[in-house]
Design a protein around this ligand. Sequence first.
Ligand SMILES: NC(=O)C1=CN([C@@H]2O[C@H](COP(=O)(O)OP(=O)(O)OC[C@H]3O[C@@H](n4cnc5c(N)ncnc54)[C@H](O)[C@@H]3O)[C@@H](O)[C@H]2O)C=CC1
Ligand SMILES: N[C@@H](CC=O)C(=O)O
Ligand code: NA
Length: 436
Amino acid sequence: MAEPLRLAIAGLGTVGTGVIRLLEANREVVERRAGRAIEVVAVNARERGKDRGVDLSRFAWVDDMQAMATRADVDVVVELVGGSDGPALTLARSALDAGKGFVTANKAMVAHHGMELAELAAIKSAPFAFEAAVAGGIPVVKGLREGTAANALTRIYGILNGTCNYILSEMERTGADFGEMLSAAQEKGYAEADPTFDIEGVDAAHKLAILAAIGFGTRIDFEAVRCSGITQVSATDIAQADALGYVVRLVGIASMENGDEATGRLLQRVRPCLVPFRHPLAAVTGPTNAVVAEGDFSGRLLFQGAGAGDKPTASAVVADLIDIARGQAGAPFSVPVNQLATAEQGDPGERMGRDYIRFTVADRPGVLAEITAAMRDAGVSIESLIQRGRDRDGGEVQVAMVTHEGPERCVTAALELLEGSPSLAADPLVMPILGN
Ligand SMILES: NC(=O)C1=CN([C@@H]2O[C@H](COP(=O)(O)OP(=O)(O)OC[C@H]3O[C@@H](n4cnc5c(N)ncnc54)[C@H](O)[C@@H]3O)[C@@H](O)[C@H]2O)C=CC1
Ligand SMILES: N[C@@H](CC=O)C(=O)O
Ligand code: NA
């Protein structure tokens, strides 16, 4: 049997302790699959004395995580600290620079600095892997990089944030409000250290940017992701959507428009969407994630599973470690990093689709006429319009509209016409309706 693969683990929170538990619980199966033992040598976290429910006495405690990068008894540094910059990034750079393998679950860091780290890994011939960073336990990084490698993909989309999906599906199930469900998601360990990253769509945007790069063979372009979260989605929207035959889900969509990865335009967006009851994403509830990839030969592929939590995320981290132990880590992207294309950005105004638009309006004569006139003037065709009962306190009502299919630029133009209107009591919320 070959020498063990020796690890240093930085970060002993939800995921770090999950990795230690998995390596302990599945020691034999991991060793058999890896062809050698995978052993933790050194660990680090912020507080040494904290009870984490795992036995750390067999591992060296490292006071300064940066020292892990140069330890002679470490082959792979596993970063489970989080944060796009700061100590996680310093550790990534120095570990790869020292020729160590580097495995991370940190999508924020990969989205912002993945290109630099992949270039460094290539120069140093050091393995760099991040399966856990996208959709937790679902092997979607590997699935897109290897499983769909023979295809030109046109679209990659899905539910990429467990916290938001848990909140939305629990709001739907219980009728509870947003704040209560956010606390529950935090208690269960799904949320990021800064949960605004989850609820504002930023975490899903990190993951989408990584998936787009892998699926389309383009450089990661996180800054190009247009992103909005779920904080504006109300219980009323969820009820309206239900009445119309939809559920609300936060969906990340990356599409390659007008050509292939060398010539096309890449549009990357994260938005709450209305998903038809019959669509596979509608059945995805709780912290589950699901990714759909559409390939020209494979057709529609659906990857589904737990997107957050200690065990599923640990499963992905250790899968990367097994690849490294076997000497099969390969390149992190579908093509060598220096061959990734730089995609031009797509124009969202050209998107053809139907939208749900919710207006909160003053309940007085002429308001609906004003809204429908703006729609008419901007060329938006209305499919249906629902006004729900009066708000006894404020004299405001919610008007929900569904548009016929048309270019998104027309909806944007209509909302611009209504901007500043005293009839609107709040900014309208637009949610695209996901097609089949
Ligand atoms: N929790 C989840 O379900 C998932 C998390 N991830 C990612 O995994 C990484 C870790 O997440 P969690 O385990 O949930 O976080 P956590 O907050 O539970 O644990 C973070 C660990 O890092 C340590 N740490 C944080 N800042 C530090 C610093 N400046 N110096 C030294 N130690 C520091 C903390 O002491 C703690 O042990 C993050 O990048 C996160 O985005 C990825 C997929 C799923
Ligand atoms: N906060 C993330 C955790 C996994 O990436 C989520 O909720 O999906
Ligand atoms: Na994954």
